[in-house]
Design a protein around this ligand. Structure first.
Ligand SMILES: [Zn+2]
Length: 194
């Protein structure tokens, strides 16, 4: 049970795009097909990729919820973010079971019940809830690059992250560099971590 991996799933879902036209993060994936959703789950090393069309629809709906949660938190509407996340936790309860497999010691799996989408919904909501209760709601951010709607979890020690990706950070850097060259100010190099 890796809750930070599940919180990362919430980020990846929020940054995914559900159709061709919609813009998400610069690093976002289109999850309009089952194959892309499966490869996203594989990339995050989640074991169960037996997703169906029904799971895909549920994950697309979940993605909209996560976007709302991140933008509410990033714009200072903490109570709205928490209300939405609490609603997800009620809608997708965890079903903990103790397991031992592959010579690992006994450990907890949070989500054994329901459909594949239910289990990923329960896990990602629980991952995000654990993260914000441990680190604070202000760790949820929306990318500062003008044309980007990407979201991120800021795990930097001084909470200084401003961009969803290094790509957005370097693009912002180029824009800032051009601005400074015009005004004669010295150059600094921001990264996604700030
Ligand atoms: Zn971005």
């Amino acid at each position: 049970m890796d809750l930070s991996g599940y919180a990362e799933l919430a980020v990846r879902l929020a940054n995914a795009t559900g159709d061709e036209e919609e813009a998400g993060s610069e690093d976002g994936h289109n999850i309009s097909t089952l194959d892309v959703l499966r490869s996203l789950l594989t990339a995050l090393r989640f074991p169960d990729t037996r997703v169906t069309r029904r799971d895909l629809d549920a994950m697309l709906a979940l993605r909209v919820e996560y976007r709302e949660i991140f933008s509410a938190a990033a714009s200072g509407n903490g109570s709205e973010a928490v209300e939405r996340l609490n609603a997800l936790l009620i809608q997708h309860p965890v079903h903990p079971q103790i397991f031992s497999h592959d010579d690992e010691p006994w450990h907890l799996h949070l989500t054994q019940g329901g459909s594949v989408a239910d289990r990923y919904a329960a896990g990602s909501a629980m991952g995000l809830a654990t993260l914000i209760t441990q680190l604070g709601l202000n760790r949820l951010g929306v990318c500062g690059a003008p044309s980007c709607q990407g979201v991120f979890i800021d795990t930097s020690t001084n909470r200084s992250r401003r961009y969803c990706s290094d790509r957005c950070a370097s693009r912002a850097n180029v824009t800032a560099f051009r601005g400074r060259r015009r005004s004669g100010t010295p150059d600094v190099l921001p990264t996604a971590a700030g």
